[in-house]
Design a protein around this ligand. Structure first.
Ligand code: NAD
Length: 410
């Protein structure tokens, strides 16, 4: 997969373009682009093969609009540039959907598939011990991302409680039994599906029967598939790291939802992994890795809409090419923002020690996602720009305004 520019440089280019439209002064733009704090820690891990020293990260991009918020990823490709990019994206995402958070991201460079549960627990506890002084429900609140899940967040919370005392709002995406919120786990995928439906409806196209192809069958891809299916879309292709399946008549998502790996799903035609992105469909949902739609494969993309479930799945060059071909891209900071919206609901419930029924959670999520979509669409018409530029203009304007009002010399 080609990476045409560093991930952080890609985000900052979007910030620069939005700032230009808004007419922001260069000093302010520079302040908005840089990260407030970066912590890099070493995590010694005793494994059967001997001692292995992993590298862990927490990058806090901005606290202009509230405590920093962002997931923690376990993946072998995690590096400082990627974590900076993802932290910055969180700042723009939280501003776009108008929740009172800033942006942060964490990660550990480790192959999540090769570690045991005991090792996973040891890694997250050591990561938490090393950086707990910069975490907390009013400072920086982690959540799950690729390679981590609700169980990992339970260990993080437990370690944090040992060091700082009871504070369940210090992390979101926890198990329901441990101060998690019913609805949070499905919220990113649900939001992706709701945004896909809203996009078609805005163009007066039918949701019922519209074909969807999804790359990734983890937290985001799985729930996006389920909710798309419930909304009447026809899911024609799905992949994960183990395999890919296709059915032009539509995959029965209710039947396959509990399979752990796509390669284990019987009765469907198998195709090479990369072909999922090339399927003829109305909506393509990349929901696995970043940098998967590049100038190398953009010509083969065969859909009308791309709804970015993953963070940064499309490079800038590919984005330009897609626009030229008339393919609409719904950007990550809007499309996958259901996750941080859901985290906001969990955080508020933890602080109030009051829990919502799942029906209320879903209703609030759907309403706020629909408002964020409408705001972004309106902004794109106002400036006559694509949805990604519009999303950045709205977000950058809100963060710039908060930053300036706080009186930080700008
Ligand atoms: P996950 O670890 O639960 O799932 C990742 C999925 O991608 C797995 O099914 C894996 O097999 C698949 N995958 C990996 N490499 C692949 C390949 N080459 N081809 C096809 N499939 C492949 O991760 P997740 O939480 O679902 O996150 C997926 C993406 O969504 C990431 O970019 C993440 O940053 C973003 N995201 C996640 C959340 C969240 O709440 N979890 C919120 C916003 C954005």
């Amino acid at each position: 997969m080609t990476k045409e520019r560093s991930a952080f440089a890609e985000v900052n280019e979007k910030v620069r373009q939005a700032s230009e439209i808004l007419g922001l002064k260069p000093g302010l733009v520079q302040a908005l682009q840089q990260c407030e704090r970066e912590v890099v820690v070493s995590i010694p891990l005793r494994r059967q093969t001997g001692l292995e020293v992993l590298t862990g990260y927490r990058v806090q991009h901005s606290s202009a609009r509230g405590p920093r918020k962002g997931g923690i990823r376990f993946h072998h490709e995690v590096n400082l540039d990627e974590v900076r990019a993802l932290a910055s994206l969180m700042t723009w995402k939280t501003a776009l959907i108008d929740v009172p958070f800033g942006g942060a991201k964490g990660g550990v460079a480790v192959d999540a598939k090769s570690i045991s549960d005991i090792e996973r627990e040891e890694i997250i506890r050591r990561w938490t011990r090393s950086i707990h002084h910069v975490l907390g429900h009013q400072r920086d609140i982690p959540a799950p991302d690729m390679g981590t899940d609700s169980r990992t967040m339970a260990w993080l919370m437990d370690e944090f409680h040992r060091l700082e005392g009871f504070q369940p709002a210090c992390v979101t995406g926890k198990p329901i039994e441990l101060f998690g919120a019913p609805g949070r786990e499905e919220s990113t995928g649900r939001g992706v599906a709701m945004i896909a439906a809203a996009t078609l409806e805005k163009r007066n196209e039918k949701v019922k029967g519209a074909r969807v192809a999804i790359q990734g069958f983890g937290n985001v891809g799985r729930f996006a598939a389920l909710v798309c299916h419930q909304l009447g879309f026809k899911v024609v292709a799905i992949s994960d790291i183990t395999g890919a399946i296709v059915d032009r008549k539509g995959i029965d998502i209710d039947e396959i939802i509990n399979y752990r790996n796509v390669s284990e799903i019987p009765l469907y035609e198998n195709i090479p992994l990369h072909e999922v992105l090339e399927q003829r469909c109305e909506v393509l949902i990349p929901a696995a890795l970043g940098g998967v739609i590049t100038s190398d494969n953009v010509e083969k993309i065969n859909c009308e809409y791309i709804v970015e479930g993953a963070n940064q799945p499309t490079t800038t060059e590919a984005d330009v090419e897609l626009r030229t071909r008339g393919i609409t891209v719904v950007p990550d900071i809007l499309a996958n923002s259901g996750g941080v919206m859901g985290s906001y609901f969990e955080w508020t419930q933890n602080i109030q020690q009051y829990s919502w029924p799942i029906e209320k959670f879903r209703k609030e999520l759907d309403a706020r996602m629909s408002r964020a979509f409408a705001d972004t669409f309106k902004e794109s018409q106002k400036h006559n720009v694509d949805l990604r530029t519009a999303a950045f203009v709205l977000a950058v304007q809100r963060v710039a305004s908060a930053f300036s009002l706080r009186g930080d010399l700008v």
